[in-house]
Design a protein around this ligand. Structure first.
Ligand code: ATP
Ligand code: MG
Length: 883
């Protein structure tokens, strides 16, 4: 047997099938393209479905791949079985109406025994119960003794998925030896124990199933094979678990190094180490393919994997984020096969770090609450967390439910999932009601009594249109007319008004007839695709069935188009400056103002912002022609059009191209015919709106010019105030003023400290000798006295005289402030300012405290101030004479 590394094995397989006339294709991305039935690719054949069904022509009738796969269905097995990962690679050779069973079986055998040198005595084929043809090939062509070929039932050896192409399978099992078996007398390939592992599965798609038990032979028969690369590597490398395969073991070692726990010493720790290694393999590959953590769909799968890995890190005692370090090892082990990992390494690293940091915050609060709940439940001997509590953890604290279940499990508890789901359903209903209420507002809660044909939108070509009024709503009711002064909405057969959608604001304008004018100040669409023109009747009356002239405000429309076309240029510029990972995450287009949200992980630097702005303005100055074309979705994709992630598109799409291929986007909005008309583009703000999502706000056309005019006027006002001749002189003037301020400030400080010195000197002359100390009590009678000044005097006295006990008071607006300072010698003798202040402040109805050297307090009873100060001597005497 040849001992191959995982990366070499992959290459061996692909080269072998290239030699057999197969076209080698790179792995398809983990995100399915045009297949809404699947969140993530989970097998080699999944991305090739259209080639199997004949819907599309494959590039060649023989294809081989090594496909990245994610199976989150296996998540609970990970770390516990030796053969499951959430991420693995599947080797596959495929035939689309070309070779069939005979070749597939022969090549499978040749690869395993001759190319890899596996011992034929350890390999056991299986076939489907009724598949005599495959049985015969194994027996006659390959020469396997019939008792070594198992016939297995539908569960194991018939591949089908609802209706459609399906067929029998033939697997190859590898015998890991009796020592790994269950010891039962009938242990054989197909047994659930660890002795015989399935390494290769050949599917012969031979029938078309109607889903009701009728199978018809397919004219075009296909071969779909799948072999887990990691499992094959286990066999070739003679290791018992896919976690011990060379590249995966390096990741395990990295995790074990970070957490300082040796692998294979403690089963519980090993599970955690394996979970982290596996989940970070998945996460790294998913992020590389464009998945970002979020709260739904595949983004949630990624989030769940990262959170689970983070939590197992905590179980291992790792403090602080560390998963991104594991990513680096995953990238290192895989970049030879997947070179795009290298360019995206920094990005992947950041996504993982931020997600882990954010999770750290959530998990901290949630774990504490859950531990509290667990103790409460334990105290009353209750082993089931109520659905309400589980829901509250999720809904209020964002604590992931699967984590709640996992932590409960570790504490011998469970959650009432039935009740939890009821809470979830109730919340979904509440959310839907809230949405419906919003929808009702848009239709004013009125059944329009119209059919469901959408209003024809003519606004791409024209700004004014003669239309027929189909329905009118005023005062929340269907009406046959609308009169001057009434608010309401009008529905017509067609309209040039763009309804608010896709982030673009609605058109405003008028609907008019013979002196009757309805002013449109908002347009929305109802579920039936009817355009609802909201507004007010300014004069006259409009009736249902009237022919009216609907005319949009072109100034507003033009400024919206400026902002929208500039948004496409901005999107392109961001991708050019920041990288291809930039994806639109939201967009708002208003007259000459735009807001664009996109995926990116750090604040843009000043230089990046300037570069983006320059590129957009460059594209505007180049006067790129804008062309709009409708075409089939696939043609648009061929062109490289930027489609929005997760957005559903119809068969025909609208493609907006600027400057040929400078920018190509699928978009239903209204656009300029030339980018030059956008005018000046200016970025006004850039900030974060969510983890991993940034927002740029910008202006175009008149708004940019207005802001320039405004800034200029502002500068002029400032120049006037500072008496600068021209704005150019502003900086010099300001510099001068600031220097002057600094000088004045230091003069003022010097004068204040001189004054304090004088005051201190005067006060010191009034000191009394008491117990070897110099005791001073004084009320400062200055009208302007403030705390700073008192403090300065106290500090000076303490500097001058180590034996000083100085108590100064000031009275202002009926409030007393008292400070006490004790020099070093005084403190040594036992006189502590903090205690002194506490005592004397209480005499004048207040409180205070501080350190032995300095303390401060206050009081309200001004009449008692003298008495309070008189108590100082007594305090000093007591303090200095007490033992
Ligand atoms: P099992 O019963 O072991 O989960 P499966 O029947 O789900 O396997 P298939 O759907 O036939 O597997 O996938 C083809 C091959 O992919 C398998 O023979 C195996 O080598 C590999 N494979 C499947 N699931 C995993 C996984 N979670 N981790 C690693 N390899 C896998
Ligand atoms: Mg499985």
């Amino acid at each position: 047997m040849n001992k191959y590394g995982l990366n070499e094995l992959r290459e061996q397989f692909l080269v072998f099938f290239e030699e057999k006339g197969h076209l080698r294709l790179p792995s398809f991305p983990l995100i399915p393209q045009n297949d809404a039935s699947l969140l993530l690719i989970n097998s080699g054949m999944a991305p090739m479905k259209p080639w199997f069904t004949g819907e599309q022509e494959p590039p060649r009738k023989r294809v081989c791949t090594c496909q990245k796969c994610i199976r989150t269905g296996d998540i609970d097995n990970v770390g516990k079985t030796s053969r499951h990962g959430t991420y693995f690679e599947m080797l596959g050779n495929f035939s689309f109406g070309d070779y069939f069973k005979k070749e597939a079986i022969a090549w499978c055998w040749e690869f395993l025994t001759e190319r890899l040198g596996l011992d034929p005595a350890l390999l056991y084929p299986s076939v489907y119960l009724e598949d005599d043809q495959a049985f015969e090939i194994w027996e006659k062509d390959i020469g396997i003794a019939p008792e070594r070929i198992s016939r297995l039932g539908k569960d194991d050896n018939f591949w089908e998925h609802g209706s459609g192409p399906c067929g029998p399978c033939s697997e190859v099992y590898f015998d890991r030896g009796a020592e790994n078996g269950c010891g039962s007398a009938d242990c054989a390939p197909g047994c659930d124990c660890d002795r015989y592992v399935e390494i290769w599965n050949n599917v012969f798609t031979q029938f078309d199933s109607d889903g009701a038990g009728v199978y018809t032979e397919l004219a075009q028969k296909n071969i779909d094979t799948g072999m887990g690369l990691e499992r094959l590597a286990c066999v070739c490398q003679g290791v018992g678990s896919l976690f011990e395969v060379d590249t995966v073991m390096n990741i395990i070692n990295k995790v074990s190094e970070i957490c300082g726990i040796a692998y294979k010493h403690d089963e519980k720790a090993d599970i955690s180490i394996r979970v982290i290694a596996d989940h970070i393999r998945s996460a790294t590959m998913m992020i590389c393919d464009g998945v970002l953590p979020s709260n739904e769909g595949r983004g949630y799968i990624l989030r769940r994997l990262l959170r689970r890995a983070a939590r197992h890190g905590k179980l291992l005692g790792v403090a602080g984020p560390f998963l991104n370090d594991v990513c680096e090892t995953v990238i290192g082990e895989n970049e030879s096969a997947y070179p795009d990992l290298t360019g995206k390494a920094a990005f992947i690293n950041r996504v993982v770090r931020i997600e882990e940091e954010n999770f750290g915050k959530t998990i901290g609060a949630g774990t504490a609450i859950l531990s509290g709940l667990i103790s409460q439940y334990n105290a009353r001997g209750d082993k089931t967390l109520s659905g309400a509590d589980a829901f509250k953890l999720y809904d209020t604290y964002g604590f992931p439910p699967e984590l709640t279940v996992e932590i409960l499990g570790e504490n011998g508890m469970s959650a009432d999932l039935g009740s939890f789901n009821e809470h979830m359903d109730a919340q979904r209903i509440r959310a839907r009601k809230a949405r419906e209420a919003l929808g009702d507002l848009a239709c004013a809660g009125v059944d329009l009594g119209l059919d469901n044909t959408p209003t024809v939108f003519t606004g791409y070509e024209s700004c004014a249109e003669t239309c027929a009024v189909l329905a009118i709503v005023t005062q929340g009711e269907l009406s046959s007319s609308i009169r001057a002064g009434d608010d309401g909405l009008i529905v017509m057969d067609k309209t040039p008004f763009y309804a608010e959608m896709g982030g673009q604001s609605a058109d405003f304008g008028t609907i008019a007839r013979d002196g009757a004018v309805f002013e449109v100040s908002g347009v929305s669409q109802n579920n039936g695709g009817k355009y609802l023109h909201h507004g007010k009747m300014l004069s006259g009356t409009i009736n249902v069935d009237d022919a009216v002239t609907a005319e949009i405000n072109t100034l507003r429309r033009n400024s919206i188009m400026r902002a929208h076309s500039a948004t496409h240029l901005l999107h392109e510029a961001l991708r050019a400056v920041l990288g291809e990972h930039v994806r639109q995450a939201g967009s708002q287009v208003e007259p000459d103002r735009l807001r664009f949200d996109f995926t990116h992980f750090s604040a843009l630097t000043k230089e990046e912002l300037a570069d983006v702005e320059r590129r957009v303005n460059g594209a505007i100055l180049d006067g790129l022609p804008v062309a709009v074309e409708e075409m089939p979705f696939n043609d648009a994709k061929e062109l490289g059009a930027v489609a929005l992630f997760g957005e559903k598109y119809g068969d025909r799409v609208r493609v907006v191209r600027m400057g040929g291929d400078f920018s190509i986007e699928l978009c239903g909005g209204t656009h300029l015919d030339n980018t030059a008309k956008a005018g000046a583009f200016s970025i006004t703000a850039e900030f974060s709106v969510a983890s991993g999502v940034r927002r740029v706000e910008a202006t175009t056309g008149l708004a940019t010019i207005e802001s320039l005019t405004h800034a200029r006027a502002h500068l002029a006002v400032l120049s006037g105030m500072l008496k600068a001749g021209a704005p150019d002189e502003l900086e010099g003037k300001l510099e001068q003023n600031m220097t002057m301020m600094r000088e004045l400030r230091s003069k003022l400080d010097a004068a204040m400290s001189r004054e304090a010195n004088g005051e201190a000197q005067r006060i010191l002359t009034g000191a009394r000798e008491l117990g070897g100390l110099k005791v001073i009590t004084a009320v400062i009678e200055d009208v302007d006295v403030d705390i700073d000044k008192l403090r300065q005097i106290e500090d000076t006295l303490r500097d001058w005289e180590a034996g000083v006990v100085a108590v100064l008071a000031a009275e202002k607006d009926g409030k007393i402030t008292i400070m006490a300072a004790c020099g070093k010698a005084a403190v040594e003798k036992g006189v502590k300012a903090g205690e002194l202040i506490r005592e004397i402040c209480s005499i004048c109805g207040g409180s205070g405290g501080g350190k032995p050297e300095f303390a401060m307090g206050g009081g309200k009873d001004t009449a008692k101030l003298r008495a309070a100060l008189a108590a100082v001597d007594g305090f000093v005497l007591r303090a200095t004479t007490s033992p």
